[in-house]
Design a protein around this ligand. Structure first.
Ligand code: PEP
Length: 258
């Protein structure tokens, strides 16, 4: 049985009080899930409190970024060791907002991926094209370059210790969602590319879709054979939406991959 993963990316939103209220609203409705694993990726200052809040539940704690270096003189940065110490199990790496707003290049993302693994965290590696790249029909090329940077530094087996999230940048926070078929096509390409390096890693690889996933479109996306769950931004901040998305993952039929 393939278990789907739903990870909420709270981004730089909320307060201590709203984070706790959100947990209080979602946790009881997620307690019975056994075919969907759920994580919430909270802002750094709230990790400890959110970690406390999810303790004893089946929701796992994640962070949204980490430093590419080990502990040391890196003012303002947060290391993988610190995240592990706070109880994080997941960390998002290479989110498009980190790549575009903060100028993170592929090699920095690969270093972050390696750091996450080094500290026992599961990296959620985000890949995806901007609108101009989709229109120029270079989606595959862009995604391949982003994946290859990690494979070159860490090896293909390392991908099997993480999660890949395909997030077309034009769909993030825009309300425009990739169609289930568009998502499936890129997911299959990702699996195929990883499979060229290691078939077993590719078969077991969890590939999430992210980009304006909502309660109303989650089931169709999760029904695609290569879509193993979702990375959810805006909708993860709305309790009923997030719970419904997690239930869509729980209810998704397992379809054979081609
Ligand atoms: C994201 O932040 O990773 C994301 C997919 O955002 P949204 O769901 O709001 O498009």
């Amino acid at each position: 049985m393939r278990v789907k993963l739903v990870a909420g990316n709270w981004k730089m939103n909320g307060s201590l009080a709203s984070s706790q209220a959100l947990l209080k609203a979602i946790l009881p409705s997620l307690a019975a899930l056994d075919r969907a694993r759920v994580a919430v990726c909270a802002p750094y200052p709230y990790l400890a409190a959110v970690g406390q809040g999810v303790r004893g539940s089946n929701v796992l704690l994640g962070a949204q970024d980490l430093c590419q270096f080990d502990d040391g003189a890196y003012t303002g940065a947060v290391s993988g060791a610190m995240l592990a110490d706070c109880g994080c199990r997941y960390v998002i790496v290479g989110h498009s907002e980190r790549r575009t707003v903060f100028g993170e290049a592929d090699d920095v993302v690969a270093l972050k991926y390696a750091q996450a693994l080094k500290h026992g965290l599961t990296p959620i590696l985000c890949v995806g094209e901007v609108l101009a790249e989709r229109e120029a029909a270079v989606t595959e090329k862009v995604v391949a370059r982003q994946l290859d940077a990690v494979v070159t530094r860490c090896g293909v087996e390392a991908l099997g210790r993480g999660v890949v999230a395909y997030e077309p940048v034009w769909a993030i926070g825009t309300g425009k969602t990739a169609t289930p078929q568009q998502a499936q096509d890129v997911h299959a390409t990702i699996r195929g590319r990883v499979g060229a390096g290691d078939r077993k890693v590719a078969e077991a690889l969890t590939i999430l879709y992210g980009g304006s996933v909502k309660a109303s479109n989650a089931a169709q996306l999760f029904a695609m054979p290569d879509v193993d769950g979702g990375l959810i931004g805006g909708a993860s901040l709305v309790a009923e939406e997030f719970v419904a998305i997690c239930h869509a993952a729980q209810g998704a039929k397992e379809t054979a991959r081609t």
